[in-house]
Design a protein. Structure first.
Length: 323
């Protein structure tokens, strides 16, 4: 499959061949939309046997990083960048700078944070995907999908150099099918969700994506297997200026929680609050591959910066010469 030839129907899984009967499926899904938010992140506990297993762990990072770089290089992908959540003008702006595909729906433009998802993925965009229509796209997974620099992330993301994600938008625009059996619900005005204690969540907003894996993808009435929120944290306005959201503030807070372990390895003698921090704190550093178009743009900018620096240096030299 090439970027310019996304499949019109799922190529494997429960919807292989015929695709989704959206009219029937949405009726079931809307009636069984989970109103209790119960995320179960794909991650290890914050510590195991006194070893830091959080998103900031240094455990086994060198050999797994080498494996990742070799695997990705074999896919023909290069120029991995290390950027920071705390520097949105670098990280978020860079992810937004690629011009949206003309067919990409407005509600999928910008940078989304995979809140409570896992320790191996953090930020994603959909706008640079190849949209063959307003309801169908194919995204090269290695690009504009940031991850944390830790061993589990390196293993998990090593195969993305050749992987593609199929994106299908339902006719109503309320649901997405990702790949073959993963769904996302577009939170609507008036929707309310509660935590396990029955308290209404104050951080869900219209436009958020509730990622849901159902026990039976064909029959949503059989319950939810997994869920988390994907929230927009940054976008460009009409002038090209980066705007961040309330969700970004929470992402930044988690990225700036003080580390609870020594050198990213030892996590001993910690209180309950510190242990809880290990589970949710985010790595400020993010690994990112920008799309080739963006890489070419960066090279042009650097060339211009180099030219300007050269001009400034020449002018300074001339000015310093005696008359």
């Amino acid at each position: 499959m090439s970027k310019h030839d996304p499949p019109t129907k799922p190529v494997a899984g429960p919807f292989e061949g015929n695709g989704v009967d959206w009219k029937t499926w949405e009726t079931l899904a809307n009636a069984n939309l989970p109103k209790t938010y119960e995320p179960s992140p794909y991650q290890l506990p914050g510590r195991i046997a006194g070893i830091d297993c959080s998103r900031r762990t240094n455990f086994c990072s060198c050999p797994t990083a080498c494996y990742f770089k070799c695997k990705i290089a074999c896919s023909g992908v290069s120029r991995m960048q290390t950027l920071k959540i705390s520097e949105p003008e670098q990280l978020l702006k860079k992810m937004c700078d690629v011009s949206p595909d003309p067919f990409c729906p407005d509600f999928l433009q910008g940078v989304f944070w995979q809140r409570d998802s896992s320790s191996v993925e953090t930020l994603i965009t959909f706008q640079e995907a190849n949209w063959s229509s307003p309801t169908l796209a194919s995204k090269h997974q290695v690009y504009n999908w940031s991850f944390t620099p830790m061993w589990l992330s390196y293993f998990f993301n090593a195969g993305r150099g050749t992987a593609w994600m199929r994106i299908e938008v339902s006719p109503s625009g309320k649901w997405l099918l990702l790949d073959n059996d993963q769904f996302a619900y577009l939170v609507q005005p008036g929707d309310t969700f509660k935590d396990l204690q029955g308290e209404v969540l104050d951080f869900t907003k219209p436009g958020d994506l509730m990622r849901i894996n159902f026990n039976d993808p064909v029959d949503p009435s059989k319950g939810v297997l997994w869920q988390y929120l994907a929230q927009r944290v940054g976008y460009l306005d009409g002038t090209g200026k980066l705007n961040t959201t309330e969700a970004y503030k929470e992402l930044l807070r988690r990225a700036q929680i003080p580390s609870q372990s020594f050198c990213g390895l030892c996590a001993c003698c910690l209180g309950q609050e510190a242990i809880a921090d290990l589970d949710i704190m985010q790595s400020d550093e993010q690994m990112l591959f920008t799309p080739p178009v963006q890489q070419e743009l960066d090279e042009e900018r650097m060339a211009l910066l180099g030219f300007d620096a050269c001009c400034h240096s020449t002018r300074a030299t001339r000015n310093s010469l005696p008359n």
